[in-house]
Design a protein around this ligand. Structure first.
Ligand code: SF4
Length: 231
């Protein structure tokens, strides 16, 4: 079988109380299906910034240094990006191979991917940290250039499969985009759908960030195609 590879952008160790229980290590991979107007992590999709390519075993060697912290606190790995679900085949192989570590696995995701990516990882993930952006379909599209229906259908599917207790919904207020009441409106809509776990936050002022260019948006399919074919 072809060996799976992960295009790694960064590893952040010894995180506490930011995602999931215990001490966690965030593993950020390249590739994102969205193009948010003020992207928080452009290196995840910028083709000019190379990633480090790791096999399943090579990644394990890099993160096992914190095994004792993970075991003693109930922590483990948090999959981040970009969009880590694009690499679900890699992560599935990793989690199957290292299941006996008893580490927890959390994922930060926009859910803007095809359903099979989600199905790959549902048996392994302890907590889903979902990047909501906005629950108004027009505002969602306006901000992300993404497919609201795909996000929404995946969110409801996930709730049905794993229960809303495992889903933390991150709702941002984004300066220069959101009006003050919009995050509240998104939360109300989600509460009506039966969700109870929210993380409301304000983006760090994106004044100095450049909005994503039209060229970057046009390159999305090319870059995603490359991510899919190489890894
Ligand atoms: S989801 Fe949006 S903010 Fe996050 S990496 Fe993708 S484009 Fe950037």
């Amino acid at each position: 079988m072809e060996e799976r590879k992960l295009p790694l952008i960064a590893i952040q160790r010894i995180r506490m109380t930011t995602d999931g229980t215990g001490v966690t290590t965030l593993v950020c991979s390249k590739g994102c299906p969205l193009r948010c107007r003020f992207c928080l992590n452009p290196s995840s999709w910028d083709d000019t910034k190379p990633a480090e390519i790791l096999s399943v075993d090579e990644l394990y060697e890099r993160v096992k240094i914190d095994n004792l912290y993970f075991i003693s606190t109930g922590g483990g790995l948090t999959l981040g990006g970009g969009e880590p679900l694009l690499h679900s085949a890699f992560w599935k192989e990793f989690m199957e191979k290292y299941r006996e570590t008893n580490w927890s696995f959390n994922i930060e995701t926009s859910l803007n991917v095809s359903r099979e990516h989600l199905d790959d990882l549902i048996p392994f993930i302890n907590e889903y940290i979902v990047d909501v952006k906005d629950m108004d379909p027009e505002r969602y599209r306006e901000y992300t250039d993404g497919d609201y229906d795909l996000f929404f259908e995946n969110l409801m599917y996930l709730k049905e499969k794993v229960g809303q207790e495992k889903i933390l919904l991150r709702i941002p207020t984004i300066p220069f985009f959101h009006k003050e009441n919009e995050a509240e409106e998104s939360q109300k809509k989600l509460e009506k759908l039966g969700f109870t776990r929210f993380d409301r936050f304000r983006y760090i002022n994106p004044e100095n960030r450049k909005p994503i260019s039209d060229e970057a948006k046009e390159n999305r399919e090319k870059i995603l195609g490359k991510v899919r074919s190489q890894f």
